[in-house]
Design a protein around this ligand. Sequence first.
Ligand code: UD1
Length: 369
Amino acid sequence: MHYTAIIVVGARPNFMKAAPIFTQCKKFHEITPILVHTGQHYDKELSRVFFDDLKLPKPNFYLGVGSGTHSEQSGQIMIEFEKILGKLDPDIVVVVGDVNSTLACALATAKYRCGKHKYSPVIAHVEAGLRSNDWHMPEEVNRRLTDALADLLFTTELSGQENLVKEGITSDKIYHVGNVMIDSLLSYKKQAEKSCILEQLKLKKIEYAVLTMHRPENVDAKETLAGFLAAFEKISKSIKIVFPVHPRTKKMFDRHGLKTDFLKATPPLGYLDFLKLLANANFVLTDSGGIQEETTVLNIPCLTLRENTERPVTVDKGTNIIVGKDPDSIVEQVGKILSGERKRGQMPEFWDGKAAQRICKIVFNYLKV
Ligand code: UD1
């Protein structure tokens, strides 16, 4: 038997998760992996750089969907992805993470197979079960609904498994396999050391902090953004803050006319440059999901600029502290880190570089029967 497996990517945090799955799938001669890029992210810095850094081949299909409101973007992805399903009639569709492309492609697949006798294409969700319990986050909507549609749910941490079982998903569908994003981190860490980004930005190891911020709830409202900036301005008196700026955040700085000259802003960085920047930082301030996990593995203190996390293992075992949005608390926590109070992390279970290998074995065995 021969199987066709579509692997979907759409936005920046998908690429480092899909790359090891694509590579491992190729090791099974019975599986042909097909890479579909929805085009949710299209700028070179948010997309093509990652294909180059992670040695991902050019996508087999590029849907060119681009930006829009959530419904416009999701609807357009569904319309275009349905055409690919019709063309290939794949055996399995693998979606990763929690972006709009994740849910839109899972939903299009679920609709495509309606009325068929077999559950084919199978829907697999990688990074299943994470929950912030905050339905105002678009990612939470994407996670919950994708998990409800999936036949195979691959979790990165035990909380994921527990959440899914609580929601009534039967345990025979759930596989705790570890973290594919950490597969990429571990396999590219050595290569990232060769990046010249510190020289280019005139930085020295430990003598700077890294900041990333792009969540709508943090950057869209002027007052919230200004509160963060007030905290960062205070912190910048003690340590340089390097800030690769996401296009959404840049738009908001321009729209609100806010001053950011106390930050060392850069355009978004590629995978290897960013990994090098993180690995050598004193600490990290972020509202990203993935960076909470990467800093845990790199053993770099991470202050998460949110009220919650869907990745509790990074707090329980890792270097992450949920610091929230209050400027005084942010400044206070940074003060503790700079005075030597640094949280040390342990590696969560199965964050060992072999998650994609486990996933592909399970997928193959599932398709065979
Ligand atoms: C998306 C994901 C988010 C993820 C983030 C990582 C959803 C709902 N959100 O958020 O989970 O953490 O990616 O980056 O899927 N833009 C560009 N160039 C691009 C893409 C977008 O300039 O290549 C601008 C557009 O003006 C767009 C805005 O950024 O309106 C937001 O893009 P969008 O994909 O809607 O959401 P992100 O904020 O990037």
